[in-house]
Design a protein around this ligand. Structure first.
Ligand code: NAD
Length: 323
């Protein structure tokens, strides 16, 4: 789909990833961008600059409100669907996970089908894979998920596929690895390891590592993820799911070392027994996304982490950056 002069909707557009998509898509000359978000986690601050653009309209509503969703989607050409409850929220409230992530996603699909939307980019998650059986995980890796959150994402992918079979509603599903960058949550209940470690460093406390720190993940910078979303809307390929990651394996020990180095801290991490069941390894193969979408992440982790620290400083949070 050509984005220029089109009407686009970013559902969950006031959130961490969605707000970066809004920023980047503005440069592609769309006619209108509708940010559809109920602000449960998204913030006005994330979209403060974008909202000043006359092409941007903000709708404060939920995807569970089918009437508003359909009214606002009328005449929309392309949709980025990111609205979802997070891993921890799904643990605490499985019924809300069902209502928002599954029924809400169905509402998006149904409205898009009825209103002849040309294309949707759906935010799934690498959580569908659960703990890696083989590394790097290709898109053929089994659904080894054991969480309600992952279950809702599998359901989302399957509903998109089923509706594609019936109506040929073009879509791609994105299985993000661990996304980080400016605007990532730092004050809610579900804060990422990067922010928790920076909080400890800022307080002069040793960063806490649960387990032995050998757990390994694929950290991808949010600007790369936003670019992947734009490529997903522009692409020809449909009815496919893609890993969106860097393919680079980073252990928690390495991540903490980088953060200590960037902040010039001499603190030593403190190891504690792992309390919760976390996925131990998650690194995605990037081959399919590169081949079919032309997407390759370009931001090295150290550079992205530097940007996170700069952003924290701009938010008035304690922590210094060794320039
Ligand atoms: N950040 C990651 O590392 C990561 C990894 C894998 C998958 N994802 C997926 O990517 C998507 C975006 O993630 P994010 O990190 O930007 O999360 P986020 O919570 O910052 O963004 C989600 C947005 O959806 C909004 N929202 C929630 N419920 C809604 C509802 N009922 N109606 C309308 N809006 C609603 C929230 O207010 C928020 O602005 C999510 O679907 C998430 O599951 C993220």
């Amino acid at each position: 789909m050509i984005i220029q002069d089109k009407r686009l909707m970013v559902i969950g557009g006031a959130g961490f990833i969605g707000s970066h998509i809004v920023d980047q898509v503005l440069a592609e000359q769309p006619r209108e961008i509708i940010i559809y978000d109920n602000f449960t986690r998204g913030t006005r601050a994330n979209i403060e600059q974008a909202a000043q653009d006359p092409r941007v309209r903000v709708v404060d509503a939920s995807i569970t409100d089918t009437l508003t969703l359909r009214r606002e989607m009328e005449g929309v050409d392309g949709v980025f669907h990111l609205a979802a409850l997070w891993l921890g929220e799904c643990v605490d409230n499985p019924r809300a996970a069902l209502d928002v992530n599954i029924v809400g996603t169905f509402n998006v699909i149904e409205a898009a089908r009825d209103l002849n939307v040309q294309r949707i980019v759906y935010s799934s998650s690498a959580s569908v894979y659960g703990d890696a059986i083989s590394v790097p995980m290709t898109e053929e890796h089994p659904f080894n998920n054991r969480t309600m959150y992952g279950a809702t994402k599998i359901a989302g992918e399957q509903m998109f596929r089923a509706m594609y079979e019936q109506t040929k509603l073009p879509y791609v599903g994105y299985r993000y690895m661990n996304v980080y960058g400016p605007r990532m949550d730092y004050k809610g209940t579900y804060v990422s390891v990067i922010m928790r470690v920076l909080d400890r460093i800022a307080d002069g406390q040793p960063p806490i590592i649960f387990g032995d720190g050998s757990q390994s993940y694929d950290f991808i910078y949010v600007h790369d993820v936003a670019r992947a979303n734009i490529l997903g809307l522009q692409a020809e390929v449909s009815d496919e799911c893609f890993n969106i990651g860097t393919g680079v394996r980073t252990t928690i020990n390495e991540l903490v070392d980088m953060l200590l180095e960037l902040t010039g801290s001499a603190l030593k991490p403190e190891y504690r027994p792992q309390e919760k069941m976390f996925v131990q390894h998650r690194i995605g193969s990037t081959e399919k996304a590169e081949r079919l979408l032309g997407f390759k992440a370009t931001t090295p982790l150290i550079d992205g982490l530097r940007e996170v620290i700069r952003w924290r400083i701009s938010q008035g949070l304690k922590v210094r950056l060794l320039e």
